[in-house]
Design a protein around this ligand. Structure first.
Ligand code: ADP
Ligand code: MG
Length: 610
């Protein structure tokens, strides 16, 4: 499709203020998805648009949204309690980002009456309500959970349902992701509050069958717009995609070399890890080993700091951002030079979304995935499954040597010796990584039993092998133990509060001869994760699980220090998450939305695991 200028839109033409702001952006031509979707939306059609990440979907809905709202304003000015447009986005970061772009338009004098409000989880709902009443926004940018809450809210005369009566435009951004993340019910509930006389724009990177279902439920005869940059290729065209095969024990060494190498050191790098615990650990280990760059970490369980981390990543030219899939989609950080995946992602479509963080809008970009020798079939798998071609990264960027490994692992050992906090994080990271490995969609290629867990623990620089069932029969000699004497029972925390708690426990031990909470803390695990998961679900009904979750939440809210300790004794953070996602799956199974087979597959129950 040939690209057109914004002013070439003529029936009807874009309004002056919108054109002026677009000019300030410096975007002369529309992108293909903008060229296709905007005229349709302006002509009062519902649109479901599919286009790769970075293809300019935000403006594809913001521009018609502003036009539609202005047009109505000219006929009947928007009332103080009227909401004209809703934009729903799956994550806070994305919502915030949309809201920032929108703010640039609303800064124009002639558009400022269309004020907006950002409504996302994390802030207090009371504040949201107060602001809604006071600012009377015409546009809401929200995440689905919080919006649903506000609709259901009774007794504080907000009555959001009444405010959306003359809604003109609904946008579901990253619709596929909304559904992936289990927001289907929320989205459907929200749709129930909205008038049917409205336009809807549904935007996603991939049209899944679930998106199609949603289209059926919520849209009137939508026009489907599908824009592929290159017909058969799923990733942005100017992206170079590399892989590097590394030995399991050298995985961290290889990453570090890469981050130190001139290949990557002149720009921003995003590094994806399989779990939140991995990000926590490496975000602590990496900075002292890479003092020349600023290293940031972000993951889904960080609630309040996320926005400021993203902001720092944006502003620092050579920053390295360690992250999980929370950030794999939609986030628009300009000029990321490299997207690195330390491990293959849990499913092939995440691969595309992760690498979609770079090479946005005509910029060049590079992506690198580290693979183990046992994982080389993944290259072919991606090619078949996602039509992504990977080429091997050149030697000069990364070539880990056996001789370099020992000193590096020793550095990791020393860092943990110096802080029990780091040691704890390392253990948790490793265990979570092993468990994440069993969740790979392509478990035929990525098999846990092919992993040399001892070597992997070496890459993590662990001081000892964790006690986990997967390691019970470990026969290999791949684990590199510390070369110096270290008494693990004497490690101390740098964090004063934690250290205080540890000392107290120690005291109790010295007085009574037994460790407080020890038994629970060292939950005896004799089964592998896969078996445990199934057993857990068999044993507990979903109701009980929910109750337990509520209780934990209550405890967590009751106070930081004490409750945290308590929580740790019962479940590890990973388990909590796992439970939450298990419950979600279980619900879907019960509602017959998925088959037993799907369920087992998703739970990894049929994983061939010894
Ligand atoms: P998507 O939502 O499709 O992943 P975004 O809307 O986040 O993509 O846009 C990606 C980048 O492209 C942003 O930095 C945006 O400012 C830029 N962009 C959007 N439209 C244009 C355009 N017409 N010309 C040039 N750059 C554009
Ligand atoms: Mg987007």
């Amino acid at each position: 499709m040939s690209r057109k200028t914004w002013s070439s839109l003529d029936k009807p033409p874009l309004s002056e203020p919108v054109l002026e702001v677009l000019q300030e952006f410096g975007f002369k031509l529309m992108t293909p998805v903008q060229t296709a979707a905007i005229p349709l939306l302006l002509a009062r059609k519902d649109v479901s648009a599919e286009a790769v990440t970075g293809s300019g979907k935000t403006l594809a809905f913001l521009v018609p949204l502003l036009e539609i709202l202005q047009r109505r304003h000219k006929e009947t000015p928007w009332g103080a309690k009227e909401i004209g447009a809703l934009i729903i986005s799956p994550t806070r970061e994305l919502a915030r980002q949309i809201s920032e772009v929108l703010a640039q338009f609303l800064a124009h004098d002639e558009l400022e009456h269309l004020n907006q409000q950002l409504i996302v989880g994390g802030n207090s709902i009371e504040e949201d309500i107060a602001a809604l009443k006071q600012q009377t926004p015409c546009i809401l940018v929200c995440t689905p959970g919080r919006l649903e809450d506000l609709f259901q809210r009774k007794g504080d005369d907000l009555n959001l349902a009444a405010r959306v009566k003359s809604l003109e435009f609904l946008v579901l951004d990253e619709a596929d992701r909304l559904l992936d993340l289990g927001f289907k019910t929320s989205v459907n509930n929200i749709l129930g509050y909205l008038p049917r006389q409205r336009r809807t724009g549904l935007f996603s990177a991939t049209q899944t069958t679930e998106v199609t279902d949603l289209i059926r439920a919520g849209l009137r005869n939508p026009v489907l717009v599908s824009v592929k940059e290159k017909a058969s290729v799923n990733t942005p065209a100017r992206l170079q995609n590399f892989y590097k095969i590394v030995q399991p024990e050298q995985k961290f060494l290889a990453l570090l070399q890469f981050l130190r190498s001139p290949t990557s050191s002149s720009g921003k790098v995003m590094v994806f890890f399989p779990t939140c615990a991995c990000v926590e650990y490496w975000a602590e280990m990496l900075p002292p080993l890479l003092p020349e760059r600023s290293v940031l970490g972000i993951h889904g369980k960080m609630k309040n700091k996320r926005a400021s981390v993203v902001e720092r990543f944006r502003s620092e030219p050579q920053a390295v951002l360690l992250c999980t899939d929370v950030l794999a989609r939609g986030l628009d950080v300009p000029e990321i030079d490299w997207v690195v995946q330390w491990d293959p992602p849990s499913n092939a479509s995440s691969f595309v979304h992760r690498v979609g963080r770079t090479a946005r809008q005509g910029n060049e970009g590079n992506a690198l995935v580290f693979l183990l020798p046992t994982e080389d079939a993944y290259i072919q798998f991606l090619k078949l499954n996602q039509k992504v071609d990977l080429s091997e990264l050149q030697e000069e960027c990364v070539a880990p040597q056996e001789t370099e490994l020992k000193p590096l692992v020793e550095q990791l050992h020393r860092l943990q010796e110096a802080d029990k906090g780091a040691y704890d994080k390392g253990m948790r990271a490793f265990v979570s990584h092993v468990r994440a490995y069993t969740k790979h969609e392509c478990s035929a290629i990525l098999r846990l039993k092919d992993l040399d867990l001892g070597k992997m623990a070496t890459a993590y620089g662990l001081l000892q092998l964790p006690r986990m069932p997967e390691l019970k029969n470990y026969q290999g000699d791949g684990f590199m133990a510390p070369s110096f004497e270290v008494d693990l029972t004497k490690l101390t925390y740098k964090n004063a509060q934690k250290e205080q708690a540890r000392k107290q426990k120690l005291q109790t031990y010295e007085q009574t001869g037994s460790w407080p909470g020890r038994q629970k803390q060292h939950m005896k695990r004799t089964e592998s994760w896969d078996q445990t998961k199934k057993a857990k679900l068999d044993a507990k009904s979903k109701k009980e699980l929910r109750k337990a979750k509520k209780e934990r939440k209550r405890k967590a809210e009751a106070g930081e220090g004490g409750s945290q300790r308590k929580r740790k004794q019962q479940y590890t953070q990973e388990e909590l998450d796992e439970l939450a996602s298990d419950i979600r799956l279980f619900k879907r199974l019960k509602k017959k939305k998925i088959t037993d087979e799907d369920f087992d597959k998703a739970m990894g129950i049929d994983v061939d695991d010894d």
